[in-house]
Design a protein around this ligand. Structure first.
Ligand code: SF4
Length: 181
């Protein structure tokens, strides 16, 4: 693990996980993986957290909650998308109410795919996140950390239609154009 001047505290939010990834997050706290030995604490207060760890995909109902938690966290902060649902929407990607992965709501620093994401991958992602956190901390101290920009909110045109999102349809059209050139 990279050295850090502060024990990394994290806040875990279940966006719309099936609970598979959440069980693996909890496994990290058990004596078998015992992330607390590295000083990693799971806190319930966004203002105390350095790392925002999200499981599950983002949908119409939870996007505002994801954004609120993120905005309550102080800089520097790191976001980890845990599990393929959080990375891209996963198996729920084409659901009528699913907007996508966590990066449709907030900037993501580390992606940890897997279904369910394994405890080793979660710990690895947190360690990667610590490196990003240190870079952001140094940039903040130097007055060079740009303000975090939230992605544009998905519009109605981005939502799913007949099992194929407009974004996917546009991407397929673009790929077809490139292929035919
Ligand atoms: S990635 Fe798999 S285990 Fe994790 S929330 Fe999605 S469906 Fe469940």
């Amino acid at each position: 693990m990279s050295s850090t001047i502060k024990s990394p505290w994290l806040i875990h939010y279940d966006a719309s996980s099936c609970n598979g990834c959440d069980i693996e997050v909890l496994a990290c706290l058990t004596p078998m993986y015992d992330v607390e030995r590295f000083g990693i604490i799971n806190t319930g207060n966004p203002k105390h957290a350095d790392i925002f760890l999200v499981t599950g995909s983002v949908n119409e109902r939870n996007i505002s909650v994801v954004r609120q938690i993120y905005e309550q966290m102080l800089e520097p902060k790191v976001v980890i998308a845990c599990g393929i649902c959080a990375c891209s929407g996963g198996i729920f990607k084409e659901c009528y109410n699913t907007l996508g992965g966590v990066d449709v709501a907030i900037p993501v620093d580390v992606y940890a795919p897997g279904c369910a994401v394994r405890p080793e991958a979660i710990i690895d992602a947190v360690v990667c996140g610590l490196g990003v956190l240190e870079e952001k901390r140094a940039a903040l101290a130097a007055g060079e950390l740009p303000p975090a920009e939230l992605p544009e909110l998905p519009t109605a045109a981005d939502k799913q239609l007949d099992g194929v999102s407009v974004r996917d349809a546009a991407a397929a059209e673009l790929h077809a154009e490139i292929r035919d050139e």
